[in-house]
Design a protein around this ligand. Structure first.
Ligand code: GTP
Ligand code: NAG
Ligand code: MG
Length: 185
């Protein structure tokens, strides 16, 4: 029998409006590469990357959803299995930030209650085109009790940090599951 090459499997999901850079964020993390050509995701795609945290090999299975409305039914069917969800907006696109509240509601409706969420303001290399102040991202993240990073898939800013932090937060939960009070005797 083949030896299992990892200790834990974490399923992550990327969501957010079309064009915010979800596929590029994932491609930077998985392949350390970047493409300026916009090839909009059709339905859903995924990448695998194994990382080591606290002496444990963790296989990250990362699902990359299409932001386009017409794939909504397919993409929301993947929320349920996710242990972590990255919500991405584009700091140069105000509408993509306004839509974050819509994506947060989608999570409430379709994901597991204990899913670990994280907010990313992507394309932070384009300071001259910025329309969403960093403080606005920090504020909405604080309101919802989630972590926030500004990232750039292009300039490789905070990409690895975001994924590793999300994986660490999940590991903390899995490693130390909370025991319901009534079961303690
Ligand atoms: N300057 C800059 N451009 C970026 C960055 N990330 C992505 N882009 C560009 O933004 C465009 C869209 O990127 P994608 O990753 O395909 O967007 P997406 O969110 O996957 O879009 P859908 O698959 O349609 O949901 C592409 O032209 C990328 O080159 C970034 O960090 N900085
Ligand atoms: C924001 O959400 C609306 C409604 O789902 C959608 O029509 C619009 O295209 C989204 N904005 C962007 C920038 O994708
Ligand atoms: Mg995509």
């Amino acid at each position: 029998m083949a030896k299992k090459t990892y200790d834990l499997l974490f399923k992550l999901l990327l969501i957010g409006d079309s064009g915010v850079g979800k596929t590029c964020v994932l491609f930077r993390f998985s392949d350390d590469a970047f493409n300026t050509t916009f090839i909009s995701t059709i339905g859903i795609d995924f990448k695998i990357k194994t990382v080591e945290l606290q002496g444990k090999k963790i296989k990250l299975q990362i699902w990359d959803t299409a932001g386009q409305e017409r794939f909504h039914t397919i993409t929301t069917s993947y929320y349920r299995g996710a242990m972590g969800i990255m919500l991405v907006y584009d700091i140069t696109n105000a509408k993509s930030f306004e839509n974050i509240s819509k994506w947060l509601r989608n999570i409430d409706e379709h994901a597991n209650e204990d899913v670990e969420r994280m907010l990313l303001g992507n394309k932070c290399d384009m300071e001259d085109k910025r329309v969403v102040p960093k403080a606005k991202g920090e504020q909405i993240a604080r309101e919802h009790g989630i972590r926030f990073f500004e990232t750039s898939a292009k300039a490789n800013i905070n990409i690895e940090k975001a994924f590793l932090t999300l994986a660490e937060d999940i590991l903390r939960k899995v490693g130390a599951p909370s025991i319901p009070v009534e079961q303690i005797s």
